[in-house]
Write a protein that binds this ligand. Sequence first.
Ligand code: URA
Length: 422
Amino acid sequence: FDTVDLIRAKRDGGELTTAQVDWLIDAFTRGFVADEQMSALAMAIFLNGMSRREIRDLTLAMIASGERMRFDALEKPTADKHSTGGVGDKITLPLAPLVASFGVAVPQLSGRGLGHTGGTLDKLESIPGWRADLSNDEFFAQLESVGSVICAAGSGLAPADKKLYALRDITGTVESIPLIASSIMSKKIAEGTGALVLDVKFGSGAFLKDQARSRELAETMVQLGQDAGVATAALLTNMNVPLGLAIGNANEVRESVEVLAGGGPADVVELTVALAREMLALAGQPEADVEEALRDGRAMDTWRAMITAQGGDPDAALPAPRETHVVTAPRSGVLTKQEALAFGVAAWRLGAGRARKDDPVQHAAGIDLHAKPGDSVREGDPLFTLSSDEPARFARALEVLEGAWAIGDEGDAIEDGGPLIA
Ligand code: URA
């Protein structure tokens, strides 16, 4: 095939054949299709879309570009969760050990944060001694013994996606349903999980803001999973408001541990429980009492074993910030707005996130919320606390938070409210 013909076909709204997609992804992975050509194709796909058949072909071709893991040798069923990313989204931390406490293995290959959404590995790395990089042998041994593993994805899964994502990131072609669906699902199918629950976000802190588009993304991914023999389901969840009260790294670990101890903010508990029920149902345990496992310490025991197995000390003190800055309520009333995107960007500017792939993060940086939309506050009450190791960062965080929260009167509408699970 001639790459330019394929670009022209997508540019003009045509469809690529299965053979063309296979050839393209193989040639791109080997370096025979230039980055400029693949970028042009990504833009044509962004603008003109792809048929369901093309999306499936693209997903399978990206899986075939690398290795595929298998869990056949494992004694237990496997279930995994993927979130499309949000602000304060620490759900993987309590969820993986919770599900594993029912005898289902959770092979959670995770990433680091980039931009305003946090990364699961960055959060866990605030635990002294904890290691994200495991060998294949360590990974399988821990799945067998503890049941849950949260670790870094090796570079062998879907290398074509890794290359393509790097181009999309710098060419304005991330927010495309065919490209997102094939990117996420190629990695999850290659990972070899038997069951998969997708947490697809909509709202200001999500990267697809529009609920109808998020629903289409969810349906596309569920279909791809089922076609590949993975029992797949999706929840559509609201990301207009940050999840829980902690946005950052160490503070998100702290909040996750509260959930594992049977407490924690209601929204974090609600989503953790809902996702755990879905994962367990797909893995053959529709009747599992997940709330009981949070109350009676079983989930906590698995968390402690999981952290310890990866070199971490579950009892160690978490890093504390050098400086804090408290924002208080200018008047009494009701908190009517708390916009996720702005709070995510502010936490990022405080040092909780990174601008470039290899930047370090500050584990103690972030934001602790003291009120959520709908809560009554009195003049002078703390609304949220900013934390950073560098106080010079406070001004830039406060700048982006201007207009991102509001106090109104009893009975005023709550902006971007609505149920957490659509
Ligand atoms: N996450 C991914 O892995 N791929 C995308 O395209 C978007 C989010």
